[in-house]
Design a binder for this molecule. Sequence first.
Ligand code: RIB
Ligand code: CA
Length: 306
Amino acid sequence: MDCDPGHDDAIALILAGAKHSALEILAVTTVAGNQSVEKNTKNALNILEVMGRKDIGVSVGATRPLIKPASFAAQIHGDTGLDGPKLPEVPTLKPTAKHAVDTIIESLKQSTEPVTIVATGPLTNIATALIKEPSITQYIESITIMGGGTFGNWTPTAEFNIWVDAEAATRVFDSGVPINVFGLDVTHQVLATDEVIQRFAKIENPIARFVVELLTFFKSTYKTHFNMDGGPIHDACTILYLLKPELFTMQHTHIDIEHQSALTYGTMVVDLSNVLQKENNAYFATAVDVPKVWDLIENILESYAQ
Ligand code: RIB
Ligand code: CA
């Protein structure tokens, strides 16, 4: 799992890493995005500690995009990148000595079965792994990402993860690997409102309390900056799909990434009407069964107590 925690990255990790999860996390890798890669790494280490998953290694990745300088989202995730919950200033867990890109390449090569790469931040590490070792495509089941959409949240047409590193996103979408895309069209349907937060607040265990703190802060910044009544749990949609694909409606389509225009840099061009008649290269999420999403998350949070 390549991430930039980030409140919704944290929810995704918690959903994927539950004790009885159907998913096995081979590695966590971090990338500059919501905050610096140093802060995102510290957050990932603290999150895994809270989850009781000291067995999962965290490898540090790119400090900046392939071409552009780094851009952070402090107004959404705070100065720490995970504002809200009280977490240790110095995590007890330490990152691995291996760079994220090498961890990704080696995890793929060492796995006895095809691996799903989940990417919930800018795609810099994934693109770099593909550039360094193009042969890894044979080991990848799919690349399942949160990013993009048919509208933007960082520019009028570009979503943050893609906008931070559109060159990297272009390389990923050109890879020929099956890609599952959870963009704003679907993530903005899954809003953690007061009602949702109160529902999770009834679950008596440290993880549920941690999630309530995360969602409470996230809701506040989305109210301030987007006047939304809940924080969209963007990144969690990748894991919810992998756990229960039937919750989502996916459309096979062709996606290109704009990486040259000054006005529309970072735009995900989703040809849902197949105007260009190009070969489909991605499955794009268009709808989700929201009530069943909250039921699934509630069950997973409750499983942390057992
Ligand atoms: O635009 C939403 C995405 O940007 C999410 O992955 C969030 O964590 C931020 O990285
Ligand atoms: Ca993220």
